[in-house]
Ligand binder design. Structure first.
Ligand code: ZN
Length: 257
């Protein structure tokens, strides 16, 4: 029996996934995270997204010391939100030279914590973050994602030993243990830091809504700062609505299977 065109389209659509995530989740951004949660739940039909948890953002917002926020994280996790470990401090405290310095300064505004760490230091922070998040949520973390999606050599080596299932950068998602690439394509994300960066992120999102539609896996990532600009929220909303039409809101864990 040959499927009709309609059937073929259904099969193809059923196969496409939308992976959405909220970055920089922690006690310092509680109200922004709640606002983003509401938006994502509305557009994705439930808690079908991931959170990237920072254990102690800038050394100022320790998750370990905030029981009320821990309870919230556990409740989100119980509801089905996947929890990734997202660095430890988020901020980059290391000295860089050459290309790494360029990346650290120009691409991340100093937020590439795992760009300059050596293997031992990266592994320690990964293990500490994993232990903390798993203790809070009472189940395994979904994976590790470096701040600003930037991994130095030390971080890449540490990642293979830290026991995480998944990792991702700007261009792909991979099996953290074996290194096997599980999904590829650029993540759609927004920048609130400066007017110019905001404008270029709005332009990229508008382009992405058209050109990324054929991709099997589309990733959308939002940040606490996004809620400060109505233009960003409108663009995030339009992007989620566009992809939710053709891509099933999914869990990262599904691409491991
Ligand atoms: Zn981040």
């Amino acid at each position: 029996m040959t499927p009709s065109n309609g059937d073929k389209r259904l099969l193809a659509n059923g196969d496409k996934r939308l992976l959405a995530s909220i970055h920089d989740v922690g006690p310092g951004f509680e109200s922004q995270v709640e606002q983003l949660c509401g938006l994502l739940e509305r557009r994705l039909g439930g808690p079908r997204f991931a959170m990237l948890v920072v254990p102690d953002h800038w050394g100022r917002h320790p998750l370990r010391a905030d029981q009320a926020f821990q309870s919230k994280l556990r409740a989100w996790s119980d509801a089905g939100v996947e929890m990734f470990v997202h660095g430890w401090f988020h901020r980059d405290t290391a000295e860089h030279s050459g290309a790494a310095r360029f990346k650290a300064r120009h691409l991340t505004a100093g937020e590439g914590e795992f760009l300059g760490l050596d293997e031992a230091a990266a592994l320690q922070r990964m293990r500490d973050g994993k232990a903390l998040v798993e203790d809070v949520i009472g189940r395994p973390a979904a994976g590790f994602i470096a701040p600003a999606w930037l991994y130095g050599e030390g971080a890449r080596a540490a990642l293979r030993q830290a026991g995480f299932a998944l990792a991702e950068d700007h261009w792909k998602v991979w099996d953290a243990g074996s290194g096997a690439v599980l999904a590829s394509g650029p993540v759609v994300t927004w920048a609130s830091r400066s007017r110019m960066r905001t404008a270029s992120s709005l332009a990229f999102a508008a382009l992405a809504r058209r050109v990324l539609a054929p991709m099997r896996t589309v990733r959308v990532a939002v940040h606490p700062g996004d809620v400060t600009k109505p233009s960003l929220i409108a663009s995030i909303d339009a992007t989620l609505r566009r992809f939710a039409r053709t891509h099933r809101p999914s869990r990262y864990a599904e691409i491991l299977r």
